[in-house]
Design a protein around this ligand. Structure first.
Ligand SMILES: [Zn+2]
Length: 522
């Protein structure tokens, strides 16, 4: 059974996670990392599996734009943003015009990328969750039960929190920072706090001391709970019953264990169904979303189509690592696997592959059975000057291409060009030479070799066989091996070296190759 279907069945059988409410959350502090895309797609696949079993499911995504800026991505103005460190993201100006805030700038990029790959959760902005007043009961409860929460911290970190420590970060009334403030007292209505000047290494407070209400309201953001305390509070406030997280949050003694104790000892709220999803590596590396380059979702989504991003995530069980390395044959192989799953789906095989194809669709409408032009063939033919792509694929298919097939062909061609220009191995990038054979400086014996080779290629069609035929021919006409191969690459590629001869010739249409090899035949 497909892994997401298995999880959906497990959730239903447990009867413990009703009503079904799937949620995922993330701080929009910079460009979205491909790992966060894996997280949201994994949640969406579980939602989809429950939905396909006839269940009513709600799906939300919290963009925590009330979190403070605690790092500077390399692609923003360092000078300008250094002074914003410690402030909530929704109160920091956007690096580009057109967005309400820094948090919105990146949050909206998240949404755009999710939507593009067919994920449409209801978005909850953290700042609005607080300012709607919905978090106030949780804030009050956590402040009232501060001693209980101190005990949980002690259990996890083996360090006593002082009696005047409270689980709340007020927004400083003077400098707006929330990272620098500490509460020292709570009287049931107001917190007493200090904005510490030198409490943190990465940003300074202003020294302000005062009393303030911890309760947010319309257009007034009072401050936030610490993240570990806040996570389970959000489950409770939103009504989340299903939420997983990356394995770094889920291992023993981590924030999820902390949240579980919060649910039991403070909130009296059932722990949502949890699962721990693995990392998404790019070329073997897990890069943080603040550094971003090379592993941002935007970059990945620019080199393969949206359905392939979804496919790449769907086909790997959530608990297994994905390592995507765009160099070499990864992308053509991914297209081949997608086509194979499509075939099984259209043949009604009822296999896991068929289900993977089904859930990889970006639109809710399943595509009808049609011919899929193979990616690596498009890559090959698109490099040959005298081949008409549509015509060539009509020959392969055996009939005229339909509109959707033509659309697929040109859609794939876009990604072929990207692959060829940046990621394809060298042997895939050769083009057949268009230089006139009269202009090639080849000796008589070299031409004899090429002419005979043309006649052999007429009869032989397997690259392996051609390889041994070439060596037999070299021996027979007594040509220097190096001269022979040089002649071959010169006439075919206009280069003096190239990939293995049999493989190279197979790549191009036989008549074109033979035409060039025998063009100087006496
Ligand atoms: Zn301050």
């Amino acid at each position: 059974m497909y892994w997401a279907d298995k999880i959906a069945n497990e959730i239903i059988d447990s009867k413990q996670h009703l009503p079904y409410w799937v949620d995922d959350m993330k701080t929009p502090s910079g460009r979205v990392h491909i790992g966060s895309v894996r997280a949201v797609v994994t949640h969406d696949l579980i939602r989809r599996a429950l939905f396909d079993l006839g269940k009513k499911v709600t799906f939300t995504y919290v963009l925590e734009d009330h979190d403070p800026m605690d790092g500077l991505p390399i692609y923003v103005d360092q000078e300008k943003y250094r002074q914003e460190m410690g402030k909530p993201l929704f109160m920091i100006p956007s690096p580009e015009p057109g967005y309400k805030s820094y948090g919105r700038r990146w949050g909206e990029e998240y949404i755009e990328i999710f939507n593009k790959i067919g994920v449409h959760p209801k978005i909850i902005w953290g700042s609005e969750l607080y300012m709607s007043g919905k978090m106030n009961n949780a804030v009050q409860l956590c402040l009232d039960k501060a001693s209980e929460i101190r005990k949980i911290y002690k259990k996890f970190y083996k360090k006593e929190r002082p009696k005047d420590w409270y689980p709340f970060s007020p927004r400083c009334g003077k400098c707006n920072k929330i990272s620098t403030t500490t509460v020292t007292a709570w009287d049931g209505e107001k917190v007493t706090y200090e904005c510490k000047i030198d409490g943190l290494e990465w940003t300074k407070g202003c020294g302000n001391k005062g009393k303030a209400s911890p309760f947010s309201s319309n257009n007034y953001f009072a401050g936030k709970l610490p993240w570990k305390v806040e996570w389970p509070c959000k489950w409770n406030v939103i009504g989340v019953t299903i939420e997983g997280a990356g394995k770094d949050h889920m291992s023993a003694g981590s924030s999820h264990d902390f949240a579980k104790l919060m649910c039991k000892n403070v909130l009296n709220y059932p722990v949502p169904y949890a699962f721990s999803h693995e990392f998404f590596l790019v070329g073997g590396r897990k890069m943080s979303s603040s550094k971003g380059f090379g592993s941002s979702a935007l970059e990945v989504s620019e080199i393969i189509p949206p359905y392939l991003v979804r496919f790449m995530i769907s086909r790997v069980k959530f608990s297994k690592q994905i390592d995507f390395d765009p160099f070499g044959m990864t992308i053509p192989n991914l297209f081949d696997e997608y086509d194979k799953c499509a075939g099984e789906y259209w043949d009604n095989k009822g296999t896991v592959n068929a289900r993977i194809f089904e859930v990889s669709q970006v639109s809710s409408k399943q595509p009808k059975m049609h011919f899929l032009p193979r990616f690596r063939d498009i890559a090959n033919y698109s490099q040959l000057p005298n081949i008409k792509l549509e015509k060539r694929f009509e020959e392969i298919k055996g009939s005229k291409l339909t509109d959707i097939e033509i659309k697929d062909l040109y859609d794939r061609l876009t990604y072929v060009f990207i692959w060829l220009s940046k990621y394809a191995p060298d042997e895939y990038k050769y083009q057949i030479s268009i230089k006139s054979v009269d202009d090639l400086n080849l000796s008589e014996i070299q031409w004899r070799f090429l002419n005979d080779l043309g006649n052999i290629w007429q009869k032989v069609s397997e690259p392996e066989n051609l390889q041994s035929e070439i060596f037999r021919l070299i021996k027979k006409i007594d040509i220097n091996t190096k001269d022979a191969f040089k002649a071959l690459y010169t006439v075919v590629l206009d280069k003096d070296h190239g990939p293995r001869a049999g493989w190279l010739l197979k790549k191009f249409p036989k008549k074109d190759i033979i035409g060039r090899l025998t063009s100087n035949q006496k």
